[in-house]
Design a binder for this molecule. Structure first.
Ligand code: ZN
Ligand code: ZN
Length: 729
């Protein structure tokens, strides 16, 4: 028994995955510490960060001999304990996504906290306490804010209606607003009203990509720093240094930061007075983590909002089908309130939505990359001094190199995938494992010197377009050097051109400055950037997604094309000429027909009907179990054994027969890219019409999977993991 002088504590730590130890360990402490307190504890040979946890809510594992229980090394006194709502969020996320509590909780903290000593922390806290410039007038009179607004910031009737409903009802809300309808202004106003009405209230505003945070941060700073001080607005995303992240995190945790802007990871920020959560572009797949605990920040936002009594606003021009379905009328079972803003505002208000043109590639010259009318339309833009944007969802020069003599292809030796040809540095690069080699001078199999690229990536499109436009001259640029005028400027933006910090910003700046006539890129350029002078957007080969094995591919294509269409014609003076070009072999496809009408609701209805008939989400709940092993047989055998145990073992558990009747387990299959870096990968799909049944099943099955791993059939497995609500199957 612990003596009066020493307390037993349950402490969450991050143990190596698959270690025998659980992630909740027992320690001794001289004083009682509240749950949520950050501590340093000895683990093996070293000290590690831990979080004191409520012993009633968890089962500590590890050392059972009281004599061997070690004493905590220190507590991080400068940081107030993480509150119970944060503890609940982490507990829920760990349970729902089937990960250990310690892993989820520790990963939710800024990584610098893991290495910091109490003394270092004290110094850091002292430094952060340097007097806040312009101490916040806590409640700025609303009238002065209003006065400061310029006329163009006056919200439209649609915006006002959305803002009023968000004030009046509890939500959650789906803000369904066209590109250019001013969703950000609605977020700003809701935050403004919140901060003005509640002295310590905090707001969390999430965006899908780091690229989008500087623009958003600038707008929020401009709006709020004057009234609330420079520390009131902080960012949290992976593009920041560890020190910056810790500073932002501490600001949010202490309540000094009233507004946190961030990407997916920000959903775990400790915000004791959180009252409003905004998830912008809620349909974006980057809200779902693709490693570790595969959580969805959007879905956790809904949980966190309900649990803390915070309002949640999901915003999108093309909502996810899940959110669309949740926001059907309440009478039909909808749980979110849908707010519609169909009209563009500001400079774009008088601009019509761009005209969508479908080019039937069946009637174009064989192997044409650019159809004749599209090329003519691009030349028209150049002649008028306007810009065009061409996108293709594949980077590199060509997806594969090919020998026509013997059929050799540039396969990756480590993966079941081809290495992509990058012409700029003449390499073959595997986009899955990173394996990179110089392009061979001749075919490695038969010696044929004539190995040729097959297919096209953005790099090749850029080159091809420059050739096609080589004779074209820009109007009004003739000079001594260029008597006929200057050549057309083609530029490219994709993951390869933006490797270094600042690359993207400078390349975007060149587009904005008008230094580019035709911009080529991946979907990266279709998202979020406000190109005022682009009047033509072309998707040159989007058909692949229509026939993808991934049932979500069409939804993503539609959303991408709608977003790309939103890039065009933001400037009213040019808007009437704006066009979106789709080169397709399926011109009559309903997806393109709905796109032509800019009709998301019609498209969503169609897709939802298909999903319902096929028994796919959101009408069914899914989880995937993935296993990796040296051979495909080993990976599949493990999964199949775990499935067999469901019938031979779990079916006899008390009361489980009923539950199992609601669960469908499919056979183990290879993943779509079955081998990466010489590891074979297999997966098994689990489905249920009931989300709670699936949850209950997974929790029980987890122990079975662990046990199966210990059997001979599990010995060859390198790792396995569960992905709940997977985005790609
Ligand atoms: Zn060959
Ligand atoms: Zn590879």
């Amino acid at each position: 028994m612990p003596s009066a002088m020493s307390q037993w504590l349950c402490v969450l730590v991050q143990t190596p995955s698959h270690a025998k130890l659980g992630s909740v360990l027992s320690y001794r402490s001289e004083s009682a510490l509240a749950p949520g307190t950050l501590v340093r504890v000895p683990l093996g040979q070293r000290d590690t960060l831990g979080i004191v946890w409520d012993p009633d809510s968890v089962q500590a594992s590890g050392e059972l001999d009281p004599g061997k229980i070690r004493t905590i090394a220190a507590s991080l006194d400068g940081i107030a304990p993480l509150d119970s709502s944060w503890q609940q969020l982490v507990t829920f996320a760990a349970q729902y996504y089937q990960r250990s509590l310690g892993e989820v909780a520790l990963a939710a903290l800024p990584s610098q906290l893991r290495d910091i000593t109490p003394a270092q922390l004290q110094r850091r806290l002292k430094r952060n306490k340097t007097p806040v410039t312009a101490p916040a007038k806590q409640v700025p009179p609303v009238a002065t804010i209003e006065k400061a607004e310029s006329a163009e910031r006056e919200p439209s009737a649609e915006q006002t209606s959305a803002i009023n409903q968000i004030q009046r009802f509890t939500g959650p809300f789906l803000l369904f607003g066209a590109t250019g309808s001013g969703k950000t202004e609605v977020y700003l106003r809701c935050v403004e009203l919140l901060l003005a009405s509640e002295v310590s209230a905090q707001a969390l505003v999430m965006v899908p990509e780091i690229n989008l945070t500087p623009q958003l941060e600038a707008r929020f700073r401009q709006r709020f720093v004057g009234s609330y001080g420079a520390d009131a607005v902080v960012s949290l995303h992976s593009g920041m240094t560890h020190a910056q992240r810790l500073k932002s995190w501490l600001g949010a945790h202490s309540g000094n930061a009233r507004i946190v802007l961030g990407t997916r990871m920000a959903i775990f920020a400790s915000m004791p007075n959180l009252r409003l959560i905004v998830v912008d572009e809620e349909h974006d797949p980057s809200y779902k983590s693709s490693e570790g605990a595969r959580y969805s920040a959007r879905d956790l936002a809904i949980y966190r909002g309900r649990q803390m009594g915070a309002k949640v606003v999901l915003g999108s021009a093309t909502p996810s089908l899940e959110s669309w379905q949740h926001s059907r009328p309440a009478a039909e079972g909808g749980r979110y309130l849908r707010l519609h803003m169909p009209s563009r505002i500001g400079a774009a208000a008088s601009a019509e939505m761009p005209l969508v043109r479908r080019v039937d590639m069946n009637h174009q010259p064989r192997n044409a990359v650019f159809s004749i009318p599209l090329l003519a339309a691009i030349k028209d833009r150049i002649a008028r001094g306007e810009q065009s944007m061409v996108f293709l969802n594949r980077r590199g020069y060509a997806p594969v190199l090919h020998c026509s003599e013997c059929g050799w292809k540039s396969e990756c030796p480590n993966c079941s995938a081809f290495r992509v040809f990058h012409k700029i540095d003449r390499t073959l690069r595997c986009h899955h494992c990173g394996f990179t080699e110089r392009v061979p001078r001749s075919c490695p199999t038969c010696g044929n010197p004539d190995i040729a690229p097959q297919g096209r990536g953005t790099e090749r499109i850029e080159e091809h377009l420059a050739e096609l436009l080589a004779e074209v001259r820009r109007p009004g640029t003739s000079s001594e050097g260029y008597p006929l005028g200057e050549p057309v400027r083609v530029a490219r933006i994709d993951a390869d051109t933006t490797r270094h910090k600042g690359d993207l910003q400078s390349q975007l700046a060149a587009v904005h400055a008008g230094d580019v006539d035709v911009l080529v890129g991946t979907q990266m350029i279709a998202k979020g950037h406000d190109f005022r002078r682009i009047t033509l957007v072309a998707a040159i080969n989007p058909d692949g997604a229509l026939f993808s094995s991934d049932f979500r591919a069409p939804e993503r294509l539609f959303s991408l094309l709608m977003q790309a269409a939103g890039r065009a014609g933001r400037d009213a003076s040019l808007g009437s000429n704006s066009e979106v070009w789709i080169q397709t072999f399926q011109p009559a496809h309903p997806l393109y027909a709905a796109l032509k009408r800019h009709d998301y609701p019609a498209y969503a209805m169609l897709q939802l009907q298909e999903r319902e008939q096929a028994g796919l989400p959101p009408f069914t709940a899914q989880a995937l179990v993935r296993a990796e092993a040296r051979t495909q047989e080993l990976a599949q055998a493990f999964l199949d054994a775990a499935r067999d145990a469901v019938h031979s073992d779990m079916a006899h558990w008390d009361g489980w027969a009923d539950l199992l009747s609601q669960i469908t387990l499919y056979s183990a299959v290879p993943m779509s890219i079955q081998r990466v870096a010489n590891i074979e990968r297999a997966q098994m799909l689990v489905e249920s019409p009931s989300r709670s049944a699936l949850q209950q099943f997974l929790t029980g099955w987890h122990a079975v999977l662990h046990a199966t791993r210990q059997l001979p059939v599990g010995k060859g497995v390198i790792r396995w993991a569960v992905d709940v609500d997977p985005l790609a199957i």
